[in-house]
Design a protein around this ligand. Structure first.
Ligand code: WTA
Length: 676
């Protein structure tokens, strides 16, 4: 039986197949895991001298030396952090269990704050925060030091001890990273739950981790509305027996119910808190945090990250991938509730003593140019966002960024899903003004750090490709049996441990082994992603393997068809799914959002089908195109193909609790059934 990463949808699809096509079982056995790669992208963009001259890393030989001795390579970065006690051994690898910097002791909040206070960055802006309604707060490293120390004492006084789990359910306000850093100072394990999740999702996560304390806020602003987090938390708290205390930050002065003896105001507790807490010297392998990830399917898994290796990995990648300099103003638009925010808003950046922008709200509030206004206002130099956002910007038009001075930007990044070459080019031209390299960074909650990425001063870019493994990362493209495919498509696999790798799934060791280390052998990490390697050794991510269709014996990535559709001038966004088809095995159904000013019609449906044929070939011709104003997305912006498949196959809908806007489904169903 094949393993399909985090997808249960494919297993379901597989069952449907087996029921309807008896010989399918047979053909599946012959499956080699090779993908049929159809889209070719030939543009290349070499690094520009103005960038390379000043880049942190410009010597190609680093790839070779790192791959010869990865342990030495990583150790060199670990040496740039502050350790109370040095490690005895860089790596202990008993597949699939790794221990990094064995015997070393360090503290993350010390590395992210205290160190900078002592080395001349005391008055440097650490966090610059903008609320959605427009307020501004700037915390220097000294401010952060003071707040984190006090809040660590607050946690201690409420009984939190080393090894306890603290759940954090907050909007994007500075108290969120302060709370995370306070946990690390004391040695508590944090579990941040994205502020957009429901009460049920929150209580599930609290209970799975058996958290002792919850940190939340009265609410936060989103698109002009106040999200009442404390109300949602109250509902969750009815089912969470392990929570003894709740700390509430006052963000908006909104009425909340405080339960006597359990709930406490942050500002009241902080008033009398002592101003220093000695950072706990943590073992390198002590748990730093748990982060639940469900991707688009299945029961959430509590991914475990530990201390020394994680910090080393995010430190190294921040420094080299973002080419971070002392005077940079860095902005990552992710929410800290996701791994991107953990690694590349909080830990990597603060470990380097950077200035980080944090924005609370939506990109289209009050107007659709809010992001560009923020870049102009604070002189942002490095901007890191997601392809889904870029496609929204494309849809809104290039006039909006043109209204602002974006000349401070020097580097752009993307993360979260494959970026279509057209979206890449749009970003390059309209935001980066053909001046800024784009780092398309591939990684996962599980990997903790960026693994496949350009190095901006060194790598010739190809739009749509995440380019090459970071130095020291041994990635490969494998077929079903584990044979390496030097040119062509297959599964993305990582063949050597890396410092920020996950150490397990909380309370579910079996699943850790089964999910990630069993596809080929227990020393090869299965990413669950499809990838193509081209003649130059570049990696082209094709999406989750559960997003791969099998049409008439050809495996086609949904992403390739989407790219083809998006390259048509009237298309803003599209999501493609494979549905059961008597003859072809699977047929392609495309959900399409048209750019503003275009009305759906039968002619347009035909035109787009032909366009895909022209771009890819006849086998990729969509069976059906459904025009829609929106697509169902998780709160982190990933398209929920599982739901689209359910609609397209008219099945009972699966779990919709992670859906950002459940109303979309009903609308889509009506459209599909032809009632609208
Ligand atoms: C996808 C987010 C293509 C991929 C950091 C991966 C990407 C999943 C890229 C992890 C990229 C992330 N190009 N695909 N640059 N970055 N992905 O855990 O399918 O939320 O497995 O971590 O996102 O998502 P997660």
């Amino acid at each position: 039986m094949l393993q399909w990463g985090r997808s249960s949808s494919l297993r379901r699809l597989e069952r449907t197949f087996i029921e309807k096509v008896p010989e399918w079982k047979e053909s599946k056995k012959k499956d080699t895991g090779e993908l049929t790669v159809l889209l070719e992208e030939e543009r290349t963009i070499p690094p520009k001298p103005h960038f390379t001259n000043k880049a942190n890393i410009k010597d190609e030989s680093i790839y070779e030396s790192a791959s010869k001795d990865p342990e030495k390579f990583w150790e060199n970065f670990a040496n740039q952090l502050y350790w109370f006690k040095k490690w005895n051994k860089v790596l202990e690898w008993n597949p699939p269990y790794a221990r990094w910097f064995v015997g070393g002791r360090l503290n993350i909040s010390y590395n992210c704050i205290d160190r900078h206070i002592h080395t001349g960055k005391r008055n440097k802006a650490a966090l610059i925060w903008e609320g959605e309604p427009g307020e501004e707060r700037c915390l220097t490293y000294w401010d952060l030091y003071r707040e984190v120390n006090k809040f660590t004492n607050v946690l201690y006084n409420l009984g939190v001890r080393k090894g306890d789990v603290v759940t954090i359910y907050m909007p994007m306000i500075p108290e969120l990273p302060i709370a995370m850093l306070a946990c690390t100072r004391l040695g508590a394990i944090h579990s941040v739950v994205f502020g957009g999740f429901s009460a049920e999702a929150l209580s599930d996560r609290i209970n799975d981790a058996e958290a002792k304390l919850l940190i939340t806020a009265d609410g936060g602003y989103r698109r002009g509305n106040f999200l009442t987090l404390k109300h949602i938390a109250d509902e969750a708290l009815q089912k969470t027996p392990t929570i003894k205390n709740v700390i509430v930050v006052r963000r908006g002065n909104f009425p909340v119910k405080m339960k006597e003896g359990r709930d406490h105001w942050y500002h009241e507790l902080m008033q009398d808190a002592p101003s220093y807490y000695r950072p706990e010297p943590m073992d390198s392998e002590d748990i730093l945090y748990i982060l639940y990830t469900s991707g688009t399917t299945g029961k959430p898994k509590g991914i475990i990250h530990t201390t020394g290796g994680y910090l080393t990995g995010v430190y190294a990648t921040t420094k080299w991938v973002f080419d971070l300099k002392d005077d940079d103003v860095y902005w990552c638009t992710a929410d800290i509730g996701w791994v991107t925010g953990h690694s590349y808003i909080v830990y990597g950046l603060l470990a380097l003593g950077a200035t980080v922008i944090m924005y609370e709200g939506a990109p289209d509030w009050p107007e659709r140019d809010r992001f560009w206004a923020i870049i102009e206002k604070y002189g942002v130099t490095i901007f890191y966002t997601a392809p889904t956002a870029i496609r929204a910007f494309m849809k809104w038009g290039e006039e909006l960024p043109k209204k602002h001075n974006l000349s401070s930007l020097r580097l752009l990044g993307t993360v979260g899903e494959p970026i279509n070459p057209e979206a890449w080019m749009w970003y390059y031209k309209n935001i980066g003004q053909e001046r800024c390299p784009i780092v398309d960074t591939w990684w996962q909650t599980e990997t903790g750090m960026i693994l496949i990425t350009p190095l901006p001063g060194l790598t010739t870019l190809k739009p749509g490709s995440a380019t090459k493994p970071f130095p020291g990362i041994i990635a490969d493209v494998l077929d079903e049996k584990g044979n390496s495919i030097s040119v062509g498509g297959g599964y993305l696999a990582i063949k050597k441990p890396w410092p920020a790798m996950l150490r397990g799934i909380y309370k579910d060791l079996d699943r850790y082994v089964k999910q990630y280390w069993s596809k080929w052998s227990k020393d090869i990490y299965f990413t669950g992603d499809g990838v193509k390697r081209d003649e130059d050794g570049y990696f082209w991510l094709l999406g989750r393997v559960d997003d791969v269709m099998n049409v008439a014996g050809h495996r086609i990535s949904t992403m390739e068809v989407e790219s083809a559709l998006i390259s048509h001038p009237i298309v803003a966004e599209s999501a493609v799914v494979g549905i059961f088809h008597e003859i072809k095995g699977q047929a392609i159904v495309a959900f399409v959002i048209l750019k503003e000013g275009n009305k759906p019609s039968l002619e347009k449906e035909e035109e787009l089908k032909e366009h895909v044929v022209k771009k890819i070939g006849k086998i990729a011709r969509p069976e059906k195109i459904i025009f829609t104003p929106e697509l169902p997305k998780t709160r982190s912006g990933k398209i929920m193909r599982r739901l689209l498949r359910d609609i397209a196959e008219s099945r009972v809908l699966g779990d919709v609790t992670t859906l950002a806007d459940p109303g979309i489904i009903e609308e889509l169903k009506k459209k599909y059934e032809g009632k609208e």
